[in-house]
Design a protein around this ligand. Structure first.
Ligand code: SAH
Length: 580
């Protein structure tokens, strides 16, 4: 099995469904024999728990389409007829999780749990040894995210010695590496739970604070977050610990590092409120002056907005490290709230369909549904490397991020409107680029026309759409817009046919009788002809046009780039149509 499983996992990244066969067979094997047979398949389990490549764009479009169709449920009859492979990779991980839970439920030996944990940590280390930073949703991010999910599932089964090793690894990782938000949330959560279950390790936190101050001030946010979460869980049993936590956090309110200050002020305010609610009067009295100072300091300028955003964030307002310890949080809610791509979200339904039962050491779904009310955090604390970071560099406010639109999410509304849009698209704007020679102009204009929903794009030769100069600018738009070919010498005849079809023939050209674009009213059925980069629209073609329209210019250069011209005309047409 081993010599083949490695090959299967590496080929499985390109061959969809291959690994699903392997993991499903392993599930059958475990079901037929005693689950502790899995102790021989530790490496296979680790590969399956962390399986899944970042697919190429064309594959992702197919997966997105499948996921969208799947989300339509009964609305789409195909969902009743066939399952689609939108979740193939996450199914491998879900089935591996089922095997892990069965093995855990059968009383895994501490040695095996420790061996599994070491294998997961080793996989993370091996992949990130040469990278201290990595991009969101990259292969490395997904691997680290999956390793942390598996470690969170194992956490309650760790013995003292293994727990201590894991605490050390988490401390080093939080100290030395700049993690993506989702990984940081997971590491902080795991550290909180380990310190909660192993009280003798809690004093390690004071050492982490010390090291954070010396080695990487940005890491203090994580240790403050862990301290806060732990103090919230211990609030009614360990007044001494809560008091010590507040003493440790207080100096951070004056730290040089913006996000450390913000975390400290926010968590201290919340802890003081918690102490008052729990009638910890000694602590409340001791911190009364601090409470007044914080209230005064967070009432001005950006502090109001920043502290409010952090306090209202799911992590500090609703998340509970013990109550939310479920598979739903680990595999669905936390990835969703941490801004991880939805390719990584594994819903409870998908877990159930892969054999995960409610009867494991960890609940499947949340009984505390507070997290459902939250969207992805407005704050994504970005770990910084420098000692002195200003506000702009350490906290990335999600005020405005580039959206990756899935076009059909906007294009497939209710059934009747869809057919009307298709009809309208058919009778909309035709852009004729037969006279354009330059392939990048043709490719870029194709992308612009596709992006604005132009009904047809006409080129002088369809072969041009296969050229790499065209495709480097069209970014696959030629796959999504109807394209036809009209050779330049056949243009006049084509224009006559289109006029008979009811199209108004508009030439983009600077002529003696041109109408200004800002004065021109487009009819719904319009054909736009663009001229050649050097010669413009030939004189023998002009008489076939109904009107010439020009874009008024102010500068010295007498004409615009033809792709830019086309884009401005297309935008003006769409703007007028949207208004009508
Ligand atoms: N006639 C131009 C050369 C052609 S520019 C010159 O003498 O410099 C290429 C094409 O871009 C033109 O045929 C026309 O279709 C379009 N174009 C460029 N500038 C334009 C403008 N200000 N108004 C309308 N069309 C323009």
């Amino acid at each position: 099995m081993f010599q083949y499983s490695y090959k299967i996992f590496s080929h499985g990244e390109a061959i969809v469904g291959l690994c699903n066969i392997l993991i499903t067979q392993l599930q059958k094997l475990a079901a037929l024999s005693s689950p502790d047979i899995l102790q021989r398949y530790c490496a296979v389990l680790v590969d399956a728990l962390t399986f899944g490549p970042v697919h190429r764009r064309d594959r992702r479009i197919i997966t997105d389409t499948c996921r969208f169709i799947s989300s339509l449920g009964k609305q789409c009859s195909i969902n009743d007829l066939a399952s689609n492979d939108c979740c193939v990779d996450s199914e491998v991980r879900a089935r591996a999780l089922q095997l892990l839970l069965v093995a855990c439920g059968s009383g895994l030996s501490h040695q095996f749990v420790g061996k599994l944990m070491d294998a997961l940590v080793l996989k993370d280390r091996a992949e990130s040894s040469h990278k201290t930073r990595y991009y969101g949703d990259s292969q490395l991010h997904r691997l680290k995210h999956r390793v942390m999910q598996s470690l969170l599932v194992l956490e309650p089964l760790l013995d003292v010695e293994t727990a201590e090793r894991l605490v050390q690894w988490l401390q080093d990782s939080l100290l030395m590496e700049s993690q993506q938000p989702s990984v940081r949330y997971q590491q902080e959560w795991l550290l909180t739970r380990l310190l909660y279950h192993h009280p003798h390790l809690r004093d390690r936190l004071w050492d982490m604070f010390q090291q954070g101050r010396q080695k990487r001030p940005g890491s203090m946010c994580s240790f403050i977050a862990v301290l806060y979460q732990l103090a919230c869980v211990l609030i009614d049993e360990e007044e001494v610990f809560v008091g010590r936590s507040m003493r440790e956090i207080l100096p951070c309110c004056m730290a040089q590092h913006f996000s450390v200050r913000l975390y400290a002020q926010t968590t201290l305010q919340k802890l003081i409120a918690l102490c008052k609610a729990q009638r910890l009067d000694r602590v409340s009295t001791e911190y009364y002056i601090v409470e007044l100072s914080l209230q005064a300091s967070v009432k001005h300028g950006n502090a109001v907005k920043n502290v409010h955003k952090l306090q209202e964030d799911f992590y500090f307002s609703a998340f509970h490290p013990v109550e939310h310890y479920t598979l739903e949080t680990i595999f669905y809610d936390l990835p969703r709230l941490a801004g991880v791509t939805d390719e990584e979200w594994i819903s409870p339904d998908l877990l159930r369909s892969c054999g995960v039962s409610e009867m494991s050491h960890i609940d499947l779904v949340n009984s505390n549904c507070a997290l459902k009310q939250f969207a992805a955090a407005a704050w994504m604390p970005k770990s910084s490397v420098g000692a002195e970071d200003d506000a702009a560099s350490t906290i990335r406010l999600h005020k405005n991020v580039q959206k990756k639109l899935v076009p059909w999410h906007a294009m497939i509304p209710e059934q009747d409107l869809a057919s009307e849009l298709r009809q309208k698209r058919q009778e909309g704007l035709i852009v004729v680029a037969s006279l354009i020679d330059c392939l990048p102009n043709l490719g870029g204009l194709c992308r612009t026309c596709e992006g604005f929903g132009v009904s047809e794009y006409v080129v002088g030769s369809l072969k041009s759409t296969e050229d790499k100069q065209f495709r480097s600018l069209s970014v696959s738009a030629e796959q999504w817009i109807p394209i036809s070919e009209v050779k330049p010498h056949l243009l006049s005849r084509y224009l006559e046919v289109k006029r008979k079809d009811g199209y108004t023939l508009v030439g983009a050209e600077q002529t003696a009788n041109s109408t200004r674009l800002n004065d021109f009213k487009f009819p719904q059925k319009a054909l736009l002809l663009l001229g050649n980069e050097r010669e413009g629209i030939p004189p023998d073609i002009l008489p076939f046009l109904d009107v010439c329209v020009e874009i008024p210019q102010q500068g010295i250069v007498r004409s615009l780039n033809v792709h830019v011209t086309g884009a401005l005309f297309v935008w003006e047409y769409m703007r007028q149509q949207a208004l009508t």
